[in-house]
Design a protein around this ligand. Sequence first.
Ligand code: ADP
Length: 250
Amino acid sequence: MIRVENLHKHFGGFHAVDGASLEIEKGSITGLIGPNGAGKTTLFNVIAGVLPPTSGRVLMEGEDITALPPHELFAKGLLRTFQIAHEFHSMTVRENLMMVPPDQSGENLWSAWFHNARVREEERRIRARADEVLEFLTIDHIADEKAGQISGGQKKLLELGRTMMTDARIVFLDEVGAGVNRTLLNTIADAIVRLNKEQGYTFVVIEHDMDFIGRICDPVICMAEGKVLAEGTLDEIKSNEAVIEAYLGT
Ligand code: ADP
């Protein structure tokens, strides 16, 4: 589904991504691991159109999507999750979800909020979808809480929920488990697996928690110093000499 060819991203003289090549198979949940500073987030940002590459190409289903802006990638179904921005903290969890889809005419729902019955019908539809998403993610009980007040794990579920309000086909998740307790991490893992199996989402997941990676990801790709070191099942990766050396070296 995605092919990254010899990608470089330099910050001044520093090569954060240094000739990375990899493929993401359609329908997979691919894990991206590697020591801190390996270039994982930078790679995500380049694929998702947040940063332009220094050189190299990104293809999606054979089409060159290198450096397309995020909204064009969004239209193709490629999404990278981001932390809920500060300005959305004072809105409720449900409102955060309802903000995501643009309405059919291309107008933002909120700019047309009071206009007419069609808009109100659209609002009802989007609200119903938001409630379905909240139920799917088992966070329907916090629908009316302010997003700024929910726990870190619940915020991660909300980030995932935002992708479910779109027609996403491939989702890049950065550090899903950071600071999240075990119970919620299991909920997040279950939601990812269900979205993958039931709705055909492809996922690429950066995560440090190896239990989480081992449980849901196949294959796993390991990066170090801006390059891909190894790819395989987590067990294969763990016994790979170059990978062991890269982790010990940090
Ligand atoms: P990872 O996600 O694997 O921890 P990152 O992609 O975040 O790695 O970072 C790779 C390297 O690139 C790090 O050494 C980081 O300091 C550097 N880096 C990332 N973003 C920038 C930037 N905007 N300017 C300069 N250096 C950066």
